[in-house]
Ligand binder design. Structure first.
Ligand code: ATP
Ligand code: PH2
Length: 154
């Protein structure tokens, strides 16, 4: 199965956190392969408290034999390994945030793991890097490509 993963960091050594996150993912998920990595973008915080540090954001696509739920468990464990506290305020600064964007054409409305990610099609900090690697992708539930979603943002 192919999985899109969004990475974001706005605390500590942001580039190091993102690199370490990818390394841990490759080390921990059996048989995983890195299909593509987008450029890293520095982005203004969206929906965060005033004065919040800018983010680094990127997107990778991996191929792995595990289920979406198994991959999501790995992502949460890696966030914690990178020092992210389990309980924290919404949109507070984070050493590393790992969101599962899509898992092939799987659609799920489970609040623990919603697929595709319910807010990704509205977020420039996700669509811009994703358009680097998968401009022609049409997400399940969308009628237009990632490149068109990005072009249609205000
Ligand atoms: N596709 C998904 N990827 C990651 N988390 C998800 C997904 N769908 C649902 N969730 C759930 O969203 C909850 C909040 O995740 P998280 O703490 O990363 O939020 P956030 O990064 O502050 O905000 P956002 O989810 O808008 O990026 C988690 O409990 C997680 O189980
Ligand atoms: N620029 C930017 N803003 C955000 C981000 C992010 O990754 N980048 N993540 C958020 C919560 O997931 C909230 N706001």
């Amino acid at each position: 199965m192919k999985f899109g993963i969004a990475l974001g960091s706005n605390l500590g050594d942001r580039a190091e956190n993102m690199q370490r996150g990818v390394e841990l993912l490759m080390a921990r998920v059996p048989g995983i392969r890195l299909n593509a990595s987008a450029r890293v973008y520095e982005t203004e915080p969206v929906d965060c408290a005033p004065g919040t540090q800018a983010f680094l954001n990127t997107v990778i696509e991996v191929a792995a034999e595990c289920t979406p739920e198994e991959l999501h468990e790995h992502l949460k464990a890696i966030e914690q390994a990178l020092g992210r506290p389990e309980q924290r305020e919404r949109n507070s600064p984070r050493t590393l945030d790992l969101d599962l964007l899509y898992a092939d054409d799987v659609v799920s409305d489970d609040p623990v793991l919603t697929l595709p990610h319910p807010r990704m099609h509205l977020r420039r900090f996700v669509l811009e890097p994703l358009a680097d690697i998968r401009p022609e992708l049409v997400l399940p539930g969308q009628k237009v490509t990632v490149a068109e979603l990005l072009a249609n943002l205000e």
